[in-house]
Design a protein around this ligand. Structure first.
Ligand code: COA
Length: 158
């Protein structure tokens, strides 16, 4: 890991971070991780998660610049004593990639989830997103499960 990790500040996101988070997401989620069927990267996603679960929204800052962010949520299922955590979005500014920023964000996120009593942490990504898959495997995620989306057109094209 490069020495840059010593200059990275990981902190809770604040209202003033939302625009920078949104624009970084626009940059990285278009090329590697497009929105999926149940989540779309847009302003509402950022504002909604900030509004509902700000405690799971972290940013990485380097010299006052937004270098990355992590956003998540917890899920409590009926008839289950378990609390699940979902790391919904994780992004690092490409300029700072492969320098341990994602690692620092994830470790802080994991600690927060652990303190909340979360037993199982989940992530999901596209099957061809090798950087993310390698990243999550290095962090100890296992049991990747295939999930297929299927579509059915309900209206004919003219
Ligand atoms: C995935 C992502 C967050 C990783 O962030 P990062 O700061 O570059 O990751 P780190 O520097 O902490 O890397 C930690 C480890 O992850 C793996 N890794 C990270 N990027 C990788 C890549 N491009 N190719 C292969 N392995 C990679 C490596 O094992 C790496 O350890 P190493 O550098 O000692 O070999 C970043 O690539 C990203 O923002 N991708 C686009 C958005 C995305 O796909 N998010 C995840 C799904 S929401």
């Amino acid at each position: 890991m490069s020495e840059i990790s010593g200059n990275v500040l990981i902190r809770a996101a604040g209202i003033d971070d939302l625009a920078a988070i949104f624009h970084l997401g626009e940059k990285v989620f278009t090329s590697q991780e497009v929105s999926n069927l149940y989540r779309t990267w847009d302003e509402y996603e950022v504002v909604g998660l900030f509004n509902s679960e700000p405690e799971y929204m972290l940013v990485a800052e380097i010299d006052g610049r937004m270098a990355g962010f992590a956003m998540g949520t917890t899920i409590n299922k009926a008839r289950s004593a378990w609390s699940y955590g979902h790391l919904v979005w994780l992004a690092v500014e490409p300029e700072f990639s492969r320098q341990g920023v994602g690692d620092l964000l994830f470790e802080e996120f994991r600690e927060i989830m652990q303190r909340q009593g979360v037993r199982l942490l989940m992530v999901d990504t596209q099957a061809d997103n090798t950087p993310a898959i390698e990243f999550f495997q290095k962090k100890g995620f296992e049991n990747p499960t295939d999930h297929l989306y299927m579509t059915l057109y309900l209206q004919k094209e003219d």
